[in-house]
Design a binder for this molecule. Structure first.
Ligand code: SF4
Length: 155
């Protein structure tokens, strides 16, 4: 059996994003990993109880809270969804996650700066933060080859 990868459901083409759309990732490695049945998908925001569609949210860099564009504090839901993602990783002994860059849940190198003005800053989404603390390595749609080089290695 091949080593599993936790993946953002929107990258699998599922319409779970805040705007009701998907962000399907097309790549030869994606096709290979699909064929090998490596993926276990989750949308942490939906798992956390948020709807599709939903009001966009960003992390406030000062407080660390997640606030929607209309001012609602949805931090608890984001943390709950992150916990669901971690539970899946622990259950399936997952070491690697492939998560959508820049999302307030799934971003691994960049997130939006909390001002809803499309500006990005260095940082991780809530799910990526929790998984990283637990030792899961996070990759994004920008570094599939790096992930491929590490899969199935006992290190
Ligand atoms: S929370 Fe993650 S899986 Fe869900 S739509 Fe956003 S980027 Fe995709």
């Amino acid at each position: 059996m091949f080593e599993k990868i936790l993946i953002s459901q929107c990258l699998l083409g599922e319409k779970v994003r805040y705007d009701g759309e998907a962000k399907p990732l097309t790549h030869a490695l994606m096709s290979l990993w699909q064929q090998q049945q490596r993926f276990i998908g989750i949308c942490p925001e939906v798992a956390g109880g948020l709807s599709i569609p939903r009001i966009p949210a960003e992390i406030n860099p000062q407080s660390g809270n997640v606030i929607t564009q209309t001012g609602e504090n949805v931090t608890n839901k984001f943390h709950y969804g992150a916990r669901q993602a971690l539970d899946i990783c622990q259950k399936h002994h997952i070491r690697f996650a492939l998560l959508k860059e820049s999302s307030p849940s799934c971003g691994s190198s960049f997130i939006y700066d909390g001002s809803f003005s499309q500006r990005k800053i260095k940082g991780q989404g809530i799910t990526s933060q929790l998984l990283t603390k637990a030792g899961v390595r996070i990759f994004s749609e920008h570094n599939l080859e790096e992930l491929a080089s590490l899969l199935d290695k006992n290190e």
